[in-house]
Design a protein around this ligand. Structure first.
Ligand code: NDP
Length: 444
């Protein structure tokens, strides 16, 4: 058996019943084949892939908290510190009922490559809990966040592990966690990113993942003489990534016509009204039915359906495995020519393969959505310098980083004989830097 297949089999055997984790490892290892084969003997002797696929450590803990009825609730929580060869562990915290060890490990593994692609000194990590913030009062959210950090604080720090937000974790949750960390440790340091602007947050961090996704998509289109202006764009999700992807799509001259949440989706042929969407989702924390009620041109449909709309570009920005084979077929049939992932692993393996074979330009989240973590790293730099950069300064750095990521991904794909295969390009470009750093640092 060749080295890659051996390592994949080992991962499956050692981590039974963790399908998301297996899926992420398989996708990465499969696309690394040409890069591994060039140096297989050395990588095998150094057990480089075994070390890369095994997290440095996984912290699992109980979070007990009291709800508004005086009832004690108990949730499971995790932090995976995956690899710190190129910098402190860095990756978001997710609060969602679907969180389990498999999901956190898949996200942490992907994060290693994403963070490497940014060109900034950040290692890979991820964390979260099966806590569901929906329908909870502010006091309940605070009680949960304080209890969560009361355990996690032992393992994180500005030079050790710097968590950020993700699904279910926005500015409110980061604020409560930061306050509790500061209270316990007594230090004012950049231990979390995505902080509020009044206490060390960075301008443009909120917008960064969505904006970065569009900067990346624009650069990808430009590489073949195309452009975003005039394109119809289908977006899924209605959270942080989706909202700012929609906003930047408008700014670049495209027309975003859809968005969705976990209960239904909107088709708005006039184009999504960003101000209204922000009001519904960021201020009222309401369902998309409220958007439809306030916007005569919009049609709300319960369930899934975003990918059935005619579009030129599709941007999945909700969650993992939300774009299936049948969705990919509809997109191709409707003339879609580019898919860039705003969410992490939103496209299933079969759908990815179908899109690539149909000639759709497909870019994985670890490259296309890296603007969020890149700007988090810029927040870390500002915290270390004790300075604030202007919105324009951060935004222009973000744009430069996304353009660079596209160029590195594109040229890695070309160098390894897979022109236009951005999945392979992203994995290889991310991997080579980590492999080099791990090799230089010896067997640890
Ligand atoms: P949010 O919590 O702000 O928004 C998530 C959106 O997706 C919501 O509209 C939510 O609907 C919907 N959603 C979540 N889970 C499901 C599900 N199981 N089925 C259908 N819809 C669902 O999260 P973000 O926008 O921050 O994150 C979205 C994706 O982008 C995730 O994959 C995340 O890992 C990734 N990402 C985020 C970054 C960031 O900076 N925030 C950085 C890089 C990647 P509802 O409101 O009904 O729950």
């Amino acid at each position: 058996m060749n080295y890659i297949d051996e390592v994949y089999e080992r991962v499956v055997n050692q981590n039974p019943a963790q399908p998301e984790f297996h899926q992420a490892v398989k996708e990465v290892l499969d696309s690394l084949r040409p890069a591994i084969e060039r140096n297989e003997e050395k990588f095998r002797r150094d057990a480089l892939l075994e070390r890369l696929t095994t997290p440095d450590r996984i912290i699992q803990f109980r979070v007990a908290w009291v709800d508004d009825n005086g009832q004690v609730q108990v949730n499971n929580a995790y932090r995976v510190q995956y690899n710190n060869a190129i910098g402190p562990y860095k990756g978001g915290i997710r609060f969602h009922p679907s969180v389990n060890a498999s999901v956190i490990k898949f996200l942490g593994f992907e994060q290693i490559f994403k963070n490497s692609l940014t060109g900034l000194p950040i290692g890979g990590g991820k964390g979260g809990s099966d806590f569901d913030p929906k329908g909870k009062s502010d006091r309940e959210i605070m009680a949960f966040c304080q209890s969560f950090i009361t355990e996690l604080y032992k393992y994180i720090g500005a030079d050790v592990d710097v968590p950020a937000g993700d699904i279910g974790v926005g500015a409110r949750e980061i604020g409560y966690m930061y306050g509790q960390y500061k209270r316990i440790r007594g230090v004012y340091e950049g231990v979390l990113t995505g902080k509020g602007l009044s206490y060390g947050g960075s301008l443009a961090r909120k917008e960064a993942t969505g904006y970065g996704l569009l900067y990346f998509t624009e650069e990808m289109l430009k590489s073949t003489g195309d452009q975003l202006a005039g394109k119809t764009v289908a977006v899924s999700g209605a959270g942080n990534v989706a909202i700012y992807a929609i906003e930047k799509a408008w700014q670049l001259g495209a027309k975003p016509v859809t968005c969705s949440d976990s209960t239904g989706w909107i088709y708005d042929p006039e184009g999504i009204d960003v101000a209204l969407l922000k009001e519904v989702k960021e201020v009222k924390r309401a369902r998309l039915t409220e958007y439809a009620a306030a916007r005569p041109s919009a049609v709300y449909t319960p369930g899934k359906g975003v990918w059935s709309v005619k579009c030129d570009v599709a941007l999945p920005c909700a969650t993992q495995n939300e774009l299936h084979l049948e969705d990919a077929k509809m997109l191709v049939a409707n003339g879609c020519t580019a898919v860039c992932e705003g969410a992490n692993m939103p496209t299933t393996a079969e759908a990815t393969e179908y899109l690539q074979k149909a000639g759709v330009r497909f870019c994985p989240g670890k490259a296309a959505n890296a603007g969020g973590v890149a700007t988090s790293a810029l927040e870390m730099s500002q915290n270390s310098e004790r300075l604030h950069w202007s919105f324009e300064e951060v935004d222009s750095k973000l744009k430069g980083i996304m353009v660079n990521i596209f160029r590195n991904v594109d040229s890695a794909a070309k160098e390894y004989g897979m022109e236009g295969n951005y999945v392979a390009g992203a994995n290889i470009a991310g991997f080579l830097k980590i492999a080099d750093a791990m090799t230089a640092q010896g067997i640890v």
